[in-house]
Design a protein around this ligand. Structure first.
Ligand code: HXC
Length: 261
């Protein structure tokens, strides 16, 4: 499938979505967001794909929602569309998909761009990456997780600082704060992200789904509920062939052959 605002391709078992409006610093137009949703849906449904990487250009992952698109919008349009969580406009698929998505971020990840990276399951960042929630400078505020995921990830003090002043943080601060899992040179970003995604894609898929779900449950549950969910998920891995194969392979000193069953 070809798109106008993104590139979607496969690299072995990994789906790769590249935001492709470099001149506009990958500002997330509504058309682009719809295409991202379609590409993610297609990868989610493709049995040959085990993980997805989402990336931008060396200069920008995404500089936010497209301000020109948003400029004319009224309350009722955004409310009725449940923007950006609704199925028609926004990144519903990113919030609901079970396959892990890695954000490979170089350059700017601002506003909706930072929120989209945070909606992914981990962020691998290049040395030039910068993150921010500058919406307040436009007289609006984060609307896709900026006040929620950012606060849960980097804590209240820094989230307040970023959301109230609109300042950017560099990649070192982002890594120190727990937003970013790894920092790599710009030239190595995509390879590193694809390598990590390939590692995940070669794990047992049902177990990958359970791990992702369990980590995410920690955001919406008490510790006690989360531990209960985790133990039930752990028990259920013992109903898989892949768990049997993984442990047998260790004992027999060979690589496991997971069949996603
Ligand atoms: C539309 C954008 C854009 C955006 C950049 N551009 N960001 N267009 N929406 N969010 C366009 C510029 O208009 C310009 O187009 C081109 O990209 C290059 O940008 P410059 O400003 O010339 O580059 P530079 O001087 O390097 O400044 C980079 C920048 C600045 C600091 C990132 O562009 C900027 O402040 N952008 C806005 C960032 C922002 O406020 N993001 C939050 C958006 S609201 P032309 O045609 O002039 O060359 C949001 C809400 C999310 O995200 C809600 C939920 C989804």
């Amino acid at each position: 499938m070809t798109y106008e605002n993104i590139l979607a391709e496969t690299r072995g078992k990994v789906g790769l979505v590249t935001l492709n409006r470099p001149k506009a610093l990958n500002a997330l137009s509504l058309a682009m967001m719809r295409e991202i949703g379609k590409a993610l849906d297609a990868f989610e449904q493709d049995d040959a794909i085990g993980a997805v990487v989402m990336t931008g250009s060396d200069r920008a992952f995404a500089a936010g929602a497209d301000i020109r698109d948003l400029q004319e919008k009224e309350f009722m349009h955004l409310f009725l569309a449940d923007f950006p969580h609704g199925p028609t406009e926004g990144w519903h698929s990113l919030n609901t998909m079970r396959k892990p998505v890695i954000a490979a971020v170089a350059g700017l990840a601002l506003g909706g761009g930072c929120e989209m990276a945070m909606a992914c399951d981990m962020i691998i960042a290049a040395e030039n990456a910068r993150f921010g929630q500058p919406e307040i400078k436009l007289g609006t505020m984060p609307g896709a997780g900026g006040t929620q995921r950012l606060t849960r990830t980097i804590g209240k003090a820094k989230a307040m600082d970023l959301c109230l002043t609109g300042r950017m943080m560099d990649v070192q601060e982002a890594e120190r704060s727990g937003l970013v899992s790894r920092i790599v040179p710009v030239a190595e970003l995509l390879d590193e992200a694809l390598k990590v995604a390939d590692t995940i894609a070669n794990m047992s898929r049902p177990v990958v789904y359970l791990v992702k779900e369990a980590v995410n449950v920690s955001f919406s549950s008490t510790l006690q509920e989360g531990l209960r969910f985790e133990s039930r998920a752990f028990h259920s891995t013992f109903a898989t062939e892949d768990r049997r194969e993984g442990m047998a392979a260790f004992v027999e000193k060979r690589e496991p052959q997971f069949k996603h069953r």
